[in-house]
Design a protein around this ligand. Structure first.
Ligand code: COA
Ligand code: MG
Length: 290
């Protein structure tokens, strides 16, 4: 799967920001047709994205286009115009039912077939960011094999349940963890909420590290200055990699001697810690650190 430590949004009608995004070394570039674009500018944004897709070199970044939500009235035109521009990935916001996932995936499949593309080539990411979406996560996460990640939207979710956003984010902890669990059960990546105070890099770093500890594989970003701290937070550092390697080596050696549990530096190591160490190494490998 494509590494998705940071996913950077920019309004689809802002050519300058799309150009800038291609120079930043970000894992995923997400050109937005949804909430970052005014209702009066949707048509313009579709055209700007199509032209940018033709003219710009996105390097290794994943080229994502976020359409408007199913039922907005814009989704059909967004999707056909996005597909025609040849994206890697379609992002669907505010998903609430498995049928919505299947509806988009079937349209993508029809496009792939008619364009002679391999079936399943175009990937799909979805936003779950409403009360109903969180309740239906189990069915949504398993709805379609095209799905690679679920993105949690905290601002929309807080609005949908009548919560007030706080820096501690306890009001969205249940939903964040629900997304991580549904993703883990279906081998999907989980992408954490936006940190809207984009001048506060220390706060961003803390929130990104907390998200990584909860089990997220990446985080949404809205400004160039957010990319490095977020991508670092989702990449294991040297000490974490060394420690994980040591656990894997010693665990396998003890297992060969018939021991499932042992002490390492005064800490008990057994199967769950071994699995956690393997997760760290998988992340390090995905980030090209080993
Ligand atoms: N993607 C790419 N480049 C961006 C960017 C983004 N999301 N946000 C800012 N930049 C660029 C600016 O164009 C500017 O580049 P320049 O000096 O070469 O023109 C530079 O980074 C510095 O920008 P800055 O002046 O600090 O920000 P701003 O006040 O122009 O914009 C926001 C602030 C929040 C409006 C802007 O960051 C933004 O549009 N973010 C994305 C919003 C969005 O897509 N929301 C929907 C999804 S949640
Ligand atoms: Mg949202």
């Amino acid at each position: 799967m494509h590494s998705r430590r940071a996913l950077l949004y920019m309004p689809g009608d802002d050519r300058r920001k799309i150009e800038k995004a291609t120079t930043l070394g970000v894992d995923c570039i997400c050109m937005d047709l949804e909430d970052g674009v005014a209702a009066s500018r949707k048509q313009e944004a579709r055209a700007v994205i199509a032209q940018a897709m033709r003219e710009l070199d996105f390097g290794n970044a994943e080229r994502c286009i976020r359409i408007n939500s199913i039922g907005s009235g814009w989704e059909e035109e967004d999707l056909s115009s996005a597909l025609a521009s040849g994206p890697d990935t379609i992002v669907v916001p505010k998903v609430e039912t498995p049928e919505q996932v299947k509806w988009v995936s079937e349209r993508i499949a029809a496009y792939e077939q008619q364009s002679g593309l391999p079936l399943g080539k175009i990937r799909m990411l979805i936003g779950v960011e409403t009360a109903l979406g969180i309740l239906n996560l189990k069915e949504i996460a398993g709805a379609d094999s095209r799905l690679e990640a679920i993105i949690f939207g905290a601002e929309d979710f807080a609005a949908s349940i009548g919560a007030t956003r706080t820096p501690e984010a306890t009001e969205v902890l249940y939903a964040r963890s629900a997304v991580v669990v549904a993703c883990a059960a279906n081998s999907l990546q989980a992408i954490d909420m936006v940190y809207v105070d984009f001048r506060d890099i220390e706060g961003l770093r803390r929130e990104a590290e907390a998200g990584a500890r909860l089990g997220f594989s990446g985080k949404q970003t809205i400004h160039p200055n957010q990319i490095a701290p977020v991508q670092e937070a989702f990449t294991p550092d040297e000490a974490a990699i060394a420690h994980a390697l040591r656990i894997v080596e010693t665990f396998e050696a003890h297992l060969a001697q018939g021991k499932g549990a042992y002490a390492l530096d005064g800490i008990m190591v057994d199967m769950p810690l071994f699995k956690a160490a393997q997760n760290v190494l998988a992340r390090a490998r995905a980030a090209g650190k080993i």
